[in-house]
Design a protein around this ligand. Structure first.
Ligand code: ADP
Ligand code: MG
Ligand code: MG
Ligand code: MG
Ligand code: MG
Length: 443
């Protein structure tokens, strides 16, 4: 639903909104807030609110720093939690330059651009259903996060209710107040780890939802003295947090991946999309697994994918075709983790799939047996390659792919690669506890 300017003015009055929180997302996926009192409402509605773009990671240099925020009124939402100082409404904004053009370094603008490309190719929506996982850690008396977990629970555990479970219920309630349709919420495999799944939405709305979701989870966790983290692998030796992405394309006729007469009841379009997704899987890894720590999750033994393969029956490969058909026909990419900038991740997946459709790509045969029990030779015969094993290799793969460059656009592509090279260089200089444990006494 979208609102007119007058409706927004009315809502501010009837809902007693005192502050407007203007949100956008930087290169790394962090939510940026500009908060203004409602006296600035008219300015906002006229697209005249300015901020300093040079203060934002990966945006622009000092000399071109004036930027404008254009509110997307369909994202208007009053936060359900109150504040003594009046209620706060948020609206997600598009970043514009002083000459009135959408700023190319804004990940949300870029996703809008790629979605337009998709529409030109005849599709009406790119449906995304994310499955974000996160850990809840205890906070110390200073409100700083610790690495102490507050439960020993496990997958679908029915253990007596603990703080984490109450907290998760409260998160679900807040999300529902904000219009989310929560489909499932459960304890995950690791202690202290949770998953909340909400209903799929079209690309842009799904990315906005993921950002809002993270904000709600972190906000509510604090009320319980807990710290929520979406870091992919906070603890070694136990499962990390992923954010599986379920995806499908629609046309005016419905789900474009479904064909009752197709092999596995999948359409030609689904196979071409899958072909593209697999062909670019290595190269888009840096985007969907964007930090050094992401690669500590993508290792054998912890339910995270390591090899490039797909299956219609096995749950462990990179791309799974869940068994539901009809309107729920979809592909699930299992490498994605919640550190990913959702706007960039969705743009990269969409562009990869569209490339498959444009070029009539087809995937290799599905692999329906356990890949982890194959040796290297067997994987070779089955054309199974590895995902990049660290951020350095992932960044190199990304840099080599013109389709990924098209997915991010020149500005974001360059600044993303630059930032990732710096991140790797900094990591490479660090000396870890593991190294001292291994070598200090041995040499
Ligand atoms: P899993 O079996 O992997 O745990 P879940 O049931 O937890 O999967 O999550 C499924 C996700 O897929 C939900 O977010 C759901 O809304 C989404 N989904 C369902 N149908 C579609 C579709 N056609 N396209 C994209 N996502 C879909
Ligand atoms: Mg799930
Ligand atoms: Mg699951
Ligand atoms: Mg899960
Ligand atoms: Mg899943």
């Amino acid at each position: 639903k979208t609102y007119t300017k007058d409706e927004i003015r009315e809502l501010v009055k009837t809902e007693h909104v005192e502050f407007l929180r203007l949100m956008f997302t930087d290169l790394m996926g962090s939510i940026k807030n500009v908060e203004v009192p409602t006296s600035q409402l008219d300015k906002l509605l006229d697209n005249k609110l300015m901020f300093d773009g040079s203060s934002i990671d990966g945006f622009v240099r000092i000399e071109e720093s004036d930027m404008y925020l254009h509110p997307d009124l369909s994202t208007w939402m009053v936060f359900p939690w109150g504040s003594e100082h009046g209620r706060v409404a948020r609206v997600i904004c598009e970043v514009y330059t002083t000459d009135g053009k959408p700023f190319e370094g804004d990940p949300r603008n870029n996703l809008i651009r790629v979605v337009d490309e998709m529409k030109a190719a005849g599709f009406t929506s790119f449906n995304i259903g994310p499955e974000p996982e996160f850990f809840l850690f205890k906070m110390d008396e200073n409100g700083e996060p610790t690495l102490k977990l507050n439960d020993k629970g496990s997958y679908f555990d029915l253990a007596p209710m603990d703080l984490g479970e109450n907290c998760r219920r409260d998160i679900v309630l807040e999300l529902e107040k904000m219009g989310f349709e929560v489909e499932a919420a459960h304890h995950e495999v690791a202690p202290g780890q949770h998953e909340i799944d909400f209903k799929y939405a079209d690309a842009l709305e799904a990315a906005d939802n993921i950002q809002t979701f993270k904000l709600v989870v972190k906000t509510i966790a604090r009320k319980y003295g807990l710290f929520a983290t979406f870091m992919p692998k906070p603890l070694e030796g136990i499962n990390g947090s992923g954010m599986h992405m379920n995806m499908s394309l629609s046309t005016a006729k419905g789900n474009a991946f479904y064909d009752a007469d197709g092999e596995l009841e999948l359409s030609e379009t689904a196979y071409h999309f899958l072909g593209g997704l697999l062909a670019h899987a290595r190269n888009l890894t840096a985007v969907v697994n964007p930090i050094v720590n992401s690669y500590k999750r993508l290792v054998p033994g912890f339910e995270a994918p390591v090899y490039v393969a797909w299956s219609g029956s096995n749950r462990s490969p990179l791309v799974r075709v869940p068994s539901a058909r009809g309107n729920s026909t979809r592909l699930e990419l299992r490498s994605v983790d919640p550190a990913a900038n959702p706007y960039l991740a969705i743009a990269a997946m969409l562009e990869a799939g569209l490339d498959g459709i444009r070029n009539g790509m087809t995937p290799n045969d599905s692999v329906d047996r356990n890949i982890y029990s194959m040796d290297e030779k067997e994987r070779d015969t089955n054309h199974i390659s590895n995902l990049p094993d660290n951020l350095h290799n992932a960044t190199k793969a990304l840099q080599s792919d013109p389709v990924m460059k098209a997915a991010l656009g020149d500005h974001l592509f360059q600044s993303f690669i630059e930032a990732k090279k710096l991140e790797w260089a900094s990591y490479r200089q660090s000396v870890t506890k593991w190294e001292r444990d291994q070598y200090l006494e041995q040499y």
